[in-house]
Design a binder for this molecule. Structure first.
Ligand SMILES: [Zn+2]
Length: 250
């Protein structure tokens, strides 16, 4: 099990690296070159014998902790290499699409959670509006460039406990908010009718909870009263647990 400690810490970085190899490259061979560089990088070697990707792009300062890196000749390293660098995986990396990767889908999902937190229940139209806002924010900001220092150096963020250097993006912009405000003030306030009509034309599905048959209040009370009287009468009637919770909510 101790052999797994190093690979476990690297799992997230390896996944990110594959995505990054795909979206940051212009050719299949460049993707493979970047994919291969990982083999060196995890052993604390950051220059590579490939003109398409001769050197890691992260800052030169890396962890000095020898436990972080894979040791040359170790079983762990051998296993990771066998897994990542067989012909089939390399062919797959070469063919990875750089236009659309699940990492950007994941980014969109986490953005939705920021606009519509899961612990709050929104009415249908409210939720729809929040999804639209999330989509507008995403479309405006998804391909932000990486931030640079005043000296022009790319900025990375390091996550504690993981060997990941995440590129820090430039600040997001909110031009879609200005556009919406301008629409609201110059068009909607001036003539709200067509906008109201369009809003009312959106079909609102019935809420999920209304699809369940709910016992009436009288039924729940009657059930409780009969159970109570049975208990008072002393009959040893065991009430199943699921009945105890009937009508507990709503
Ligand atoms: Zn490196």
């Amino acid at each position: 099990m101790k052999d797994c400690e190093v690979p476990k810490k690297w799992l997230h970085s390896i996944k990110n690296h594959v995505y990054w190899s795909a979206i940051s490259s212009e050719s299949g061979l460049e993707k493979v070159a970047k994919g291969n560089s990982l083999q060196n990088h995890i052993q604390n070697v950051h220059v590579h014998d490939n003109h398409l990707f001769p050197k890691c792009e992260h800052p030169d300062k890396v962890s000095r902790d020898p436990k972080k890196w894979f040791q040359p000749g170790s079983i762990a390293l051998h296993k990771v290499e066998k897994l990542l660098y067989n012909k089939r995986v390399l062919k797959d990396i070469e063919k990875l699409s750089h236009h659309f990767q699940t990492s950007s889908l994941e980014a969109f999902h986490s953005l939705i959670l920021r606009f519509a937190p899961k612990n709050v229940t929104f009415p249908f139209i409210g939720m729809l509006c929040r999804l639209y806002l999330a989509a507008m924010h995403y479309n405006e900001n998804a391909n932000r460039e990486q931030a640079t220092t005043t000296e022009g150096q790319a900025v990375y963020k390091f996550k504690k406990g993981e060997c990941t250097a995440k590129p820090v993006k430039i600040e997001p912009t909110y031009n879609y908010v200005d556009d919406l405000m301008s629409l609201l003030i110059h068009k909607v306030f001036v003539d709200p009718k067509p906008y109201a009509e369009e809003l009312h034309a959106i079909p609102i599905p019935p809420s999920l909870s209304s699809q369940y048959e709910k016992p009436s209040k009288e039924e729940v009370i009657a059930h409780r009263v009969s159970r109570f009287s049975r208990g008072v009468a002393g009959t040893q009637h065991t009430v199943p647990l699921d009945q105890e919770t009937v009508g507990g909510s709503g």
